[in-house]
Design a binder for this molecule. Structure first.
Ligand SMILES: CC(C)(COP(=O)(O)OP(=O)(O)OC[C@H]1O[C@@H](n2cnc3c(N)ncnc32)[C@H](O)[C@@H]1OP(=O)(O)O)[C@@H](O)C(=O)NCCC(=O)NCCS
Length: 145
């Protein structure tokens, strides 16, 4: 199992994984523009057979953002998400560099995952998602780690 940068040839498997987990509904064009954007860091985890997970960050100086992270259902809770997350967080260089993210309030698994990795809840945005669910906003900083 290893990590590497996402390429356009991964798109099919990334879309399948997103569909399998049903946590987001980005289309091919959206993933493609992330892969091509120079401020985006898109990483996948794979074994010899298939793609096991991916993460997409925007690395933008002091304020970075985690846009998406996912691990194949059958491979969850084996540390893959943590490896993907740290691939991005390790790129925060300065002490006051931060990483932000938003997550559905009811996404208990992901919230536990982020909190385990030192993200702190700093706000809740009411009715943020189209179905009316609130968004929990988290921040990570190297200093408050
Ligand atoms: C969030 C996610 C990426 C974590 O990936 P992962 O590969 O399972 O992560 P790891 O194995 O590195 O970390 C596991 C940690 O996540 C949290 N976690 C994972 N599954 C959990 C569950 N069912 N219940 C509670 N906490 C859970 C725990 O903190 C756990 O640590 P522990 O095993 O020591 O208790 C994965 O659950 C996922 O793909 N979810 C669906 C997509 C999603 O919701 N993405 C985030 C949208 S913003």
């Amino acid at each position: 199992m290893h990590l590497r940068k996402m390429t356009e040839t991964d798109l099919q498997q990334v879309l399948e994984l997103q569909q399998e987990l049903a946590f987001q509904d980005w289309n091919e064009k959206q993933f493609l523009s992330e892969i091509r954007a120079n401020y985006a860091y898109c990483v996948v985890c794979e074994d010899e057979e298939s793609l096991l997970g991916y993460a997409i960050f925007h690395l933008m100086g002091p304020d970075s953002e985690l846009l998406s992270i996912a691990t194949r259902e059958s491979e969850q809770r084996k540390g893959i998400g943590s490896q993907l997350l740290h691939a991005g967080l390790d790129k925060l260089q300065e002490p006051d560099d931060q990483c932000f993210l938003e997550v559905r309030n009811g996404n208990v698994k992901a919230r536990a995952f982020y909190e385990k990795h030192g993200f702190h809840l700093y706000n809740v945005r009411k009715n943020y998602y189209s179905d009316g669910e609130d968004a929990a906003l988290y921040r990570f900083s190297r200093e408050s780690r």
